[in-house]
Design a protein around this ligand. Structure first.
Ligand code: CO
Length: 292
């Protein structure tokens, strides 16, 4: 890997780790979701870095892809299990990291995803397989009495790309991609008290551009203009500040210009925890870019 590319990955990781820790401190009972995401996203800009995706703030059975909407009046409540998933990039080189804040009494659930992540990181080296990581993740979560979320995975990272090979499963599979020196990927175990599978909710807050087909609707054209400098990285509905955006977004999804990331949830009443780090495979192990 080019030295300047490596520098960007390392610096993005350091920034993401520090800001994620600051963000986690802001989460307490009665604090506002909207103020939290605004503050965290502003910190990234203050560091001269870019957001690889909107801050994901997903609560309880919601595992991923929720964030505050414009005028969102929600506050954190006692008992909530809150996942913060932050992506920071420098020149397109991404650090993806997540942690869980427990406003209830769910220490073992939090420990499950955290220990799963640490044990998976311990295995990373050239020649190890993604399946071995998944096996370690599943073991650490199940031995604490929870289920891994089987249909969410870790993922490779590339320049301005948040999902590419290798896929890192959260359950034990035979084989899978063989890890090689220089690979960059996020490992993100989710532990749940629910079924171990997430499905899509109706709620949609996060989108990304996947094509540049001509758009007739003026509000749609305005959105395409506004998100062009994302270079395909996800954006939040909240960032658009346009009353007509809610009409235009589904049109842009149907025409194939945008991809939508609906909120992903386990069953109602369940609790999901998540921990995530970004790693770069080295000759004898890995660098964890997002570790403090
Ligand atoms: Co990720």
């Amino acid at each position: 890997m080019d030295d300047s590319v490596l520098d960007n990955y390392i610096s993005a990781g350091r920034i993401a780790a520090a800001i994620l820790a600051e963000g986690a401190k802001m989460i307490r009972t009665d604090a506002s979701l909207l103020e939290t995401v605004d503050a965290v996203e502003a910190m990234v800009a203050e560091q001269g870095a870019g957001l690889a995706f909107p801050l994901n703030l997903s609560i309880n059975e919601d595992a991923a892809h929720d964030t505050a909407s414009l005028g969102d009046s929600r506050v954190f409540e006692r008992g909530d299990v809150i996942k913060l998933d932050l992506g920071v990039h420098l020149d397109g080189y991404i650090a993806d990291t997540a942690t869980t804040v427990d406003l209830g009494a769910n220490a073992l659930l939090i420990e499950a995803s955290e220990q799963a992540l640490l044990h998976a990181i311990d295995i990373v080296r050239p020649g190890a397989t993604a399946g071995e990581l998944g096996t370690a993740i599943q073991y650490e979560i199940e031995r604490r009495g929870f289920k891994p979320v089987s249909n969410l995975t870790g993922h490779g990272l590339g320049g301005y790309t948040i999902h590419c090979p290798p896929t890192i499963p959260n359950i034990g599979l035979n084989g899978g991609p063989v890890l090689e020196e220089g690979m960059v990927f996020a490992i993100e175990p989710f532990a749940t008290t629910g079924t171990g599978r997430v499905s899509e909710k109706v709620k949609k807050e996060i989108y990304s551009q996947i094509s540049n087909k001509p758009v007739r609707m003026p509000a749609g054209r305005k959105i395409m203009e506004q998100i062009r400098d994302r270079r395909g990285l996800p954006f939040a509905r909240r960032w658009l500040h346009d009353k007509k955006a809610d009409l235009a977004l589904p049109v842009l999804v149907r025409s194939g210009n945008l991809h939508v990331y609906p909120v992903l949830s386990d069953t109602a009443g369940s609790l999901v925890s998540q921990h995530e780090h970004t790693v770069i495979v080295t000759a004898d192990g890995c660098i964890v870019t997002t570790r403090r």
